[in-house]
Design a protein around this ligand. Structure first.
Ligand SMILES: [Fe+2]
Length: 437
């Protein structure tokens, strides 16, 4: 497998997997393999550094049956532990909190310091074991771009190695300066990989989100396959060739503002009423005008993006960080979608976090995010794209259950899905009859 290959939708690395067993999305046996061999051995985003800004702050991360908590220790260092008491196996924390001076098991009040060392039982000063002999189980922890990654395998590669070229390639964005106030979570009736698949290909745009064809070129969306991770770059502010040139300036303007009005600094209320499109000077396109307006907004955030070319000002740099994180990266704004397995192979959670670059003097520059669990009704207020995706996710899972011995077929525009499954095999090392054909 090439360590990195660039391609367009039309000419993707021919070595990428194109047939995927449906059972990977439906079988309990496969989900158990993922718990044992993927989630227990891979770097994954647990939270952001803003979730645990001060000593004693903690944040639980649940992935299928596994639970890990991140803790800022008494010296300000990030730590992560398996959420289990070495006494009788009770989970130690639930959710998130602040100001923890020690970790106390709720079952028998065994106590641990912020470095995970056993401090004794509730009886003052009485130690029931040697210090360190009953420490909490550490999990590898590191951060990049403001995101806290964990890996239960202490023998794992360094995070910087796992991320390959991504930190260098995304340096221009300055994600460590971004803030997010609300983590939205939604339970969905499909496998976690159905979620990832839907968010890493643009092939469904014409069928599921036809309104987006007025503002995005889903045909000329070059894909880059790294080793584990993948990306595509989607041009915005231009109509899809599928519309055969029938998009008016007014339609492009209205759809752009409805979907990406925040990139011009518009409030949610104003994107509901886009108004008439601005004048387009002789020799320019509406995309040029949009670029100018986005530049004007970015200038209010500081000088970070002063020297970007038009491509980086307006287009979508869309990354899949294996296995379950998808970054929709724009200058000054970034959306993260994280998929997590649920109780069965047919359920999962979508976490949606929206980040924006806030100026240095912004009063809420690095807020501690609140978690908000969404209901299906809440989703309808979040624009048209997400409800369209959710409706198709449920139907995808229902269909996958009809022929669990079947093979899915991928087209070149879905090469990122094929690559994800190849890397999944690397971690899972499945039995012969479960491998990619
Ligand atoms: Fe979609």
């Amino acid at each position: 497998m090439n360590s990195q290959s660039k391609s367009t939708n039309a000419a993707v690395d021919p070595k990428v997997a194109t047939r995927i067993p449906a059972s990977r999305y439906t079988s309990t046996e496969w989900a158990d393999l993922e718990t044992q061999r993927l989630w227990s051995r891979v770097w994954q985003i647990a939270c952001t550094e803003d979730c645990v800004p001060d000593c004693g702050d903690y944040w639980e991360y649940e992935i299928g049956p596994l639970s890990i908590f991140v803790l800022r220790d008494d010296e300000g260092a990030l730590r992560a532990f398996k959420n289990v008491c070495p006494h009788r196996g009770t989970s130690l924390v639930s959710g998130s909190g602040r100001g923890l001076s020690e970790i106390r098991c709720p079952y028998h009040h065994w106590r641990f310091d912020s470095k995970g060392h056993f401090c004794g039982t509730e009886e003052d000063g009485v130690r029931t074991g040697r210090p360190g002999s009953m420490s909490l189980t550490s999990v590898a922890v590191d951060s990049w771009g403001g995101f806290v990654f964990v890996n239960p395998d202490l023998n794992c590669e360094p995070l910087s190695e796992f991320l390959e070229v991504l930190p260098k390639e995304l340096e221009w964005v300055g994600m460590e300066q971004f803030g997010c106030s609300e983590f939205m979570t939604l339970e969905v009736p499909c496998n976690w990989k159905v979620v990832v698949d839907a968010f890493i290909e643009t092939y469904h745009l014409h069928a599921v989100h036809p309104q987006m064809l007025a503002i995005a070129d889903d045909v000329h969306t070059p894909i880059t396959l790294y080793d584990k991770h993948t990306m595509f770059m989607q041009p915005y502010g231009v109509p899809s060739p599928r519309r055969n040139g029938d998009v008016s300036k007014q339609e492009l303007w209205e759809e752009f503002i409805r979907n990406l009005g925040h990139r011009l600094g518009l409030s949610f209320a104003s994107v509901e009423r886009p108004g008439p499109h601005p004048p387009v000077p002789e020799g320019q396109t509406l995309r040029d005008v949009l670029v100018t307006k986005i530049r004007e907004h970015l200038a209010t955030l500081g000088s970070r993006y002063d020297h970007l070319d038009d491509n980086h000002v307006i287009d979508d740099f869309h990354y899949h960080v294996f296995p379950n994180s998808i970054f929709n990266v724009f200058a000054g704004w970034c959306g993260l979608i994280r998929a997590r397995p649920g109780r069965t192979p047919h359920e999962s959670y979508i976490d949606m976090w929206n980040f924006d670059l806030r100026p240095k003097d912004h009063p809420d520059r690095h807020p501690r995010p609140q978690v908000h669990c969404l209901t299906p009704d809440d989703v309808s207020s979040l624009g048209s794209v997400l409800p369209q995706d959710l409706a198709i996710l449920a139907r995808a899972q229902k269909g996958l259950r009809q022929d669990e011995d079947g093979l899915l077929r991928l087209v070149p525009a879905e090469a990122r899905i094929g690559r994800m499954h190849e890397i999944l095999d690397r971690y899972i090392d499945p039995p012969l009859d479960r491998r990619l054909p």
